[in-house]
Design a protein around this ligand. Sequence first.
Ligand SMILES: C[S@@+](CC[C@H](N)C(=O)[O-])C[C@H]1O[C@@H](n2cnc3c(N)ncnc32)[C@H](O)[C@@H]1O
Length: 261
Amino acid sequence: MTTAAIDDYVEFCNFMRKLTGIDLSQYKRPQMERRLRSFYANRGVTSLTETFARLRSDPAHLEELLDRITINVSQLWRNPEQWDIIQKQLLPELAQTGQVRAWSAGSSYGAEAYTLATLCHVVCGNRRVTIQGTDIDKRMVERARLGLFSNEDARSAPADLLKAGFEQVDGGWRAKMDLRRMTRFDVGDLLQMQPRPAAFDLILCRNTVIYFSEPIRDEVHARLASALRPGGYLVIGSTERVSHPAELGLTTKQPFIYRKA
Ligand SMILES: C[S@@+](CC[C@H](N)C(=O)[O-])C[C@H]1O[C@@H](n2cnc3c(N)ncnc32)[C@H](O)[C@@H]1O
């Protein structure tokens, strides 16, 4: 795709919305455009017409583009310092109510949800735990349901906790049945979802809204805050922040952890 074609960004966004349901116009344009530009430059695609025709007729090409757009990078125990706080401070407090209803919003292939499931298994004993994972990318949701992870995915996982939640399989790790029973994965677009008020005790939304424009990111944070019950927690990525937490009824517990008042 040439620079001139990419300048037809709005047309490209409309096309992708119709084809895949993903509304790229809500994402940060400079980053998204850069990713698209390099994707097409590497493939020698030179016109918008050629791009549309290929995306319509070649599922493998569309898959590759989706990989480029959605950035599914994840891993078990990503940002271990956050998991330490979740394990030692949040879960013991949340478990006192007898149940933990959690949501991994932007769950990719499930590493975050199964990390949380392991910690719930260890910390919450026989309390009722449900962990909902949602992602816009259907392929990632299907992968998450399998609960399979590579050795590379497990590189930051503490050995004892990894063993508690996963069994070794050829080339990696599989979440144990107990964890798979706690978790459920569905396709969900954070730009469209209207979660029920106070439906969750804990929401993890890490490294996902960073791709959205700021006003859209703030709207998503507001919806997540309203989906928390009073006393529930929102955990965001370690490089992210909620713009005006007080306006959403949130107090800051740690730079990346907010408590619903
Ligand atoms: C970098 S991954 C983050 C995975 C995990 N939360 C973590 O921190 O390791 C970002 C995920 O957000 C998903 N995503 C992007 N736009 C989305 C949207 N509008 N709604 C839901 N998920 C979205 C992508 O498909 C991708 O799997």
